[in-house]
Design a protein around this ligand. Structure first.
Ligand code: AMP
Ligand code: MG
Length: 426
């Protein structure tokens, strides 16, 4: 990892009164996405395992209690609490065994006990389990001493989930624990939101695909690949529309086509004010633009709006800007459209071990590396060059260091806000 103090390039473009702040832009996205949610209401029934990674579209009501009956938390002996001796010892007769899946059908009377295994149903008349390590066993009896607590080592009916309660709420992503809960209820099929269809393409005359020969002045298209990686989620279907040249008509046709097949269209490049940047004007022409400038670095130009019913994100062209704007703006919108319940990023404050500089006027998302030192203390360092075309610096990092608009300097050992990259995963 490289720890360099990044020189601030002399430029005057950091303050632009027509730019929205990051939080204003987020609010605008939330507002537009909320009015669009109605169009993405289609659901499907899936078997338990095929629903992994999908978004629940119904509340799941518990059909059973978990545990479904009082059972033992230990291998040992089930007794009635009144048999626990106050001092000295007591001997209890073993009258049977309760196995997990094969309960003891009789009842336990004072002076008696049964052998019981972990998960086995508690018999009538017993409310307490003595661990097998805490008894002295003879052929058909056990001797226990004082010091045991009434009702110890018993797992009670409904302690985890009680029958009739809402155990999973609509909007929850089905991960490992949720699959287990659904299976524990004996539920074979659940209702999930249909996959969100997202069309992606890159714009730029200079872009070539893998396998093509690069002519002078050309580069390989990397943004579609970064976006492909960022969009890998079971609740998303990606429609890859390739590379579109900087040509008004071709871009317009590509937009029309993408909006007719997808819920969300995400492009990169061509969104600025260069002579070959047609994304913004095309969005204005065939759809509606909501905003396009954000006081954020990297990633100021971002054309956000709608084409018919499709939500449109025209991300900037620079590879780091694509990842930064996707994660801060497109991802929350995509999550909401997919039906996921909103969760806030868990950003936190840590000590920064490198000096940082920036110009006032934009919120910076610098690439950082979070690590734990020999004393177990978490700290963050900036990773190398911070320009928006330095994709390697993005790869070295594991978090964004978020610096407020007004900040111009962060001295070594000051606390800074970080957003770990695992926040991008639900
Ligand atoms: P633009 O916003 O189209 O002016 O692009 C800004 C910068 O990002 C230029 O240097 C482009 O060559 C570069 N760029 C645009 N799209 C891509 C892409 N898909 N992959 C890699 N670099 C790109
Ligand atoms: Mg371009």
């Amino acid at each position: 990892m490289i720890n360099t103090l990044i020189p601030v390039q002399p430029n005057c473009d950091d303050f632009d009164p027509t730019s929205l702040s990051v939080s204003q832009a987020t609010d605008r996205i939330t507002a537009l996405v909320t009015t669009t949610l109605r169009t993405v209401k289609v659901t499907e029934r899936l078997s338990c395992r095929s629903a992994f990674g999908r978004v629940l579209a119904e509340d799941i009501i518990a059909r059973l209690s978990t545990p479904p009956y009082d059972n033992s938390a230990m291998d040992g002996y089930a007794i009635d609490a009144s048999d626990i001796p106050g001092s000295d010892t007591t001997t209890l007769k073993i009258i049977g065994t309760s196995w997990a899946g094969k309960p003891f059908l009789g009842s336990v009377k004072p002076g008696e006990c049964i052998r019981i295994m972990t998960g086995a149903k508690m018999p009538q008349g017993a409310d307490t389990v003595i661990m097998q390590e805490h008894v002295t066993k003879a052929d058909s009896s056990i001797t226990i001493s004082s010091g045991h607590c009434a009702k110890q080592n018993v797992r009670y009916i409904g302690e985890d989930i009680s029958v009739g309660s809402v155990v999973l709420t609509a909007g929850k992503k089905i991960a490992a624990a949720e699959l287990g809960i659904i299976a524990s209820m004996g539920i074979s099929e659940i209702t999930v939101h249909r996959k969100l269809r997202i069309a992606i393409f890159s714009t730029g005359d200079e872009l070539r695909g893998i396998g093509e020969v690069l002519e002078d002045g050309q580069i390989y298209d990397s943004n579609r690949y970064s976006l492909f990686g960022l969009l890998q989620r079971e609740y998303i279907e990606i429609v890859d529309m390739g590379v579109i040249p900087d040509d008004r008509t071709t871009i317009e046709n590509a937009f029309e086509q993408a909006a007719s097949i997808a819920d969300v269209v995400i492009t990169s490049g061509g969104v600025s004010v260069g002579d070959a940047d047609y994304v913004k004007e095309t969005l204005e022409k065939i759809g509606s633009i909501n905003f396009w400038k954000i006081a954020m670095k990297p990633g100021r130009p971002l054309a956000f709006g709608k084409i018919n019913d499709a939500i449109f994100f025209g991300l900037p062209g620079n590879p780091v800007s694509v990842i930064a704007t996707f994660t801060q703006f497109a991802l929350p919108g995509v999550r909401a459209l997919a039906g996921l319940t909103k969760t806030n990023n868990i950003n936190y404050q840590v000590r920064c071990v490198t000096e940082l500089k920036k110009r006032a006027g934009r919120m910076d998302f610098q690439r950082g590396y979070l690590s734990v030192d020999n004393n177990g203390q978490l700290s963050v360092a900036v990773t190398g060059l911070q320009a928006s075309h330095i994709l390697s610096s993005m790869s070295y990092s594991n978090c964004f260091i978020i610096l407020p608009e007004d900040t111009t300097h962060v001295a070594i050992d000051t606390m800074v806000e970080v957003q770990p990259f695992n926040e991008w995963i639900e």
